[in-house]
Design a binder for this molecule. Structure first.
Ligand SMILES: Nc1ncnc2c1ncn2[C@@H]1O[C@H](COP(=O)(O)OP(=O)(O)O)[C@@H](O)[C@H]1O
Ligand SMILES: [Mg+2]
Length: 663
């Protein structure tokens, strides 16, 4: 219990603010970043030494000024023959210059390497953490958030945070260190001239900051247009069949062309502004440089500074120009990282799906009971009531059929069973309260969501069962199954990796897939294209059935999973299933009466309520919805085919009527 609480607290802490989140991501790479910045400072320091050597050479070696060196260096020089030695051994100065450059190069190398290493560790940690977290998020969260958006956050936003830390933050530190060092050395030469030249720093930074803020929105606009352009391209590539089938190539080409034109226009406009900025910046720094040179020369002529100091001053000033000019851009881009971090925080803040402490793993081959189940979807405060007081029992090992119009809540019922969506108000006492089902009995305590009741398996509430246990033991075949772009065999064995070839064949045979696969030149090795595009809808559904059969879960759920196969195949698969599901409990959702008629019990769901239930015979005799659907699909007055021989007459009648009908 305390462990879960602890985890909760940590989770909350790291998403409390952008800063805490970035600190969390920086674990493990922080010290490498710190070391790399230290190296960057060393680079700046060594860069600063070259002008000092030049000053010394011009003033004291070529000229006759007293050497201006740190005391220990001066003592060392005096002990070895003073400046005179340098005048005779000129190579020594060259050696000093080379040594300083080599040191700078070494630290530059270390800086780059450490920075790259740290950034890659950092970005890897971000990706790992995000991916692991997203995997743990409940189905509900995935249903509410678009895949494209999540991917965008995990790629673009991660990338811009990486750039922020590894480039922008580093260069901010470097530039500040550089400015401080350069100003320090310049102050030693001539305070007044330093003051004059550094007056330009805030002006240039301010200008470029203003400018980058201004074009920030232009960049965003261009980004949006780029997004639209790639959306058009992507949609076209994905829907290439539709485009070809409807002869829409020309229309689509023109749509792309128009968007491309627009996007190009934005970029040309942007480049024009950017160029203007560079030119203006050039003029500003040119004027500043001119001022320093003219003033420096004047001071030099009037003996206030030496020739060597003049050269050094001009060098320091030149060193500052580029970093100062980039400062505005760096500062303006800092805010972008904030937006990206905010977007990642949205993901990290979402609560992972958790089992209750001490979740159970009870036997699942038991009776399944829905007790007064009511449920509403809740999206942005909009409540869609779906299920109303649904109560029924599926005795272990039996087959229940569910018939209902699209949107009547059939899939929702199954999601609740697998706890992909959770019912509110867990305790057993609540369930008794639910029984006195008034108009607003449970609305009061669950904040307006009329969601309540309970679902039990062998008497155990599904909320008390471990989610992974629940989902491995309840196999579900969806109406629109998802196949991975791998081979057919890999797809079939996805939930049972150790299945051997015989098991795969057996499962395929029951799913009526074996013959089809044997007709493929590459058989089981046939590659399933992106999202299964190389298979027909029916073949995909049958693959999904084989996928489940191979696991032989104690509860098997078919959510409209035979909708895309023809009636004859449907009958064949059902007959094979009946003889092979053994002791498994089966929940069969379908539109076709013929699919359901052999079930031990049939539920008719109408607008989220159970309208009728009973066996095929009982429901026919009742003369309600089931009877109407039956007559519609099989022809009025048609005698129900005997339960022992599925197929023939009923299917033929249905096929003549043009396939399955919606109830
Ligand atoms: N994630 C969701 N958010 C809001 N409403 C939903 C969601 N999923 C389904 N619904 C709505 O719930 C109702 C029942 O859906 P569903 O259970 O899928 O019906 P069925 O499987 O019978 O076709 C439909 O009206 C549908 O629009
Ligand atoms: Mg459905």
């Amino acid at each position: 219990m305390s462990d879960t609480k602890n985890k909760n607290r940590i989770h909350k802490d790291i998403t409390a603010s952008n800063l805490s989140l970035i600190r969390y991501f920086l674990q493990g790479s922080m010290r490498y970043f710190a070391l790399s910045m230290l190296c960057a400072c060393m680079v700046s320091l060594f860069d600063m030494l070259s002008p000092r050597i030049i000053t010394f050479t011009v003033d004291s070696v070529i000229g006759t000024q007293a050497p201006d060196l740190p005391a220990p260096l001066l003592a060392f020089l005096d002990a070895h023959g003073g400046v005179q030695l340098l005048r005779e051994q000129f190579g020594l100065i060259a050696c000093a210059v080379i040594a300083v450059s080599l040191c700078a190069a070494l630290f530059r190398y270390l800086f780059r390497w450490l920075n790259a290493y740290a950034s890659e560790r950092f970005v890897k940690r971000m990706r790992d953490e995000l991916y692991a977290h997203i995997q743990k998020l409940p189905y509900k969260w995935h249903a509410e958030n678009s895949t494209g958006d999540i991917i965008q956050r995990c790629t673009s936003d991660v990338e811009s945070i990486k750039v922020f830390v590894s480039e922008q933050l580093t260069s901010l530190v470097r530039v500040i260190v550089l400015i401080v060092l350069a100003v320090f050395f310049m102050l030693r030469i001539h305070p007044f001239m330093t003051l004059l030249s550094s007056l330009f720093i805030p002006v240039v930074v301010g200008y470029s900051l203003y400018f980058h803020r201004k074009i920030g929105s232009a960049f965003e606009l261009a980004d949006t247009e780029e997004g639209r352009l790639s959306a058009i391209a992507q949609e076209n590539l994905t829907g290439v069949r539709v485009v070809r089938a409807f002869g829409r190539e020309r229309y689509e080409r023109e749509r792309f062309h128009t968007q491309n034109e627009k996007y190009t226009g934005y970029w040309i406009h942007l480049m024009k502004i950017l160029t203007l900025n560079w030119v203006t910046g050039d003029v500003m720094t040119g004027v500043q440089n001119l001022l320093v040179v003219v003033l420096g020369a004047w001071f030099c002529v009037h003996g206030e500074i030496t020739a060597g100091q003049f050269i050094a001053f001009v060098s320091y000033n030149a060193m500052l120009i580029w970093p100062v000019r980039s400062l505005g851009r760096v500062i303006s881009e800092l805010s972008k990282a904030g937006i990206s971090l905010e977007r990642l925080r949205y993901i990290m803040r979402a609560q992972p799906e958790r089992d209750v402490p001490g979740a159970l793993t009870p036997p699942m081959d038991r009776d399944i009971a829905f007790e007064h189940v009511s449920f509403s979807y809740e999206n942005d405060g909009v409540r869609t009531p779906v299920l109303e007081d649904v109560t029924f029992t599926i005795p272990a090992g039996t087959t229940v059929g569910i018939l209902g119009a699209t949107g009547s809540g059939k899939s929702t019922l199954l999601y609740l069973l697998e706890r992909l969506y959770a019912l509110d108000a867990p305790s057993a006492e609540e369930a008794t309260v639910e029984k006195t089902h008034g108009e607003n009995s449970s609305a009061a305590d669950s904040g307006g969501t009329r969601s309540g009741g309970r679902i039990t398996i062998g008497g155990v509430d599904v909320r008390d069962i471990r989610a992974s246990w629940l989902r491995t033991n309840i196999g579900m075949v969806l109406q629109e199954p998802f196949l991975f772009s791998r081979s057919l065999e890999e797809n079939i064995r996805i939930a049972a990796e150790d299945a051997d070839e015989n098991e795969i064949r057996a499962a395929s045979r029951i799913a009526d897939l074996e013959e089809t696969i044997d007709r493929f030149p590459q058989g089981y090795a046939t590659f399933v294209g992106e999202r299964g595009v190389t298979l027909s809808g029916g073949q995909k559904q049958r693959t999904a059935i084989a996928q489940m059969l191979i696991r032989r879960p104690p509860v098997m759920v078919f959510d409209d999973s035979l909708s895309a196969v023809d009636a004859e195949t449907d009958a064949r698969i059902r007959a094979q299933l009946r003889s092979s599901t053994g002791s498994s409990t089966v929940i069969l959702v379908a539109h076709r009466v013929t699919t359901l008629m052999h079930a031990d019990n049939i539920l008719v769901l109408d607008h989220g309520r159970i309208a009728e239930q009973g066996t095929h015979k009982q429901l026919l005799a009742r003369g309600g919805i089931y009877r109407r659907v039956h007559d519609l699909q099989l022809g009025a007055g048609a005698e129900a085919p005997s339960a022992q021989e599925p197929g023939t007459s009923a299917q033929t009648a249905e096929q003549q009527k043009g396939g399955p009908h919606e109830a």
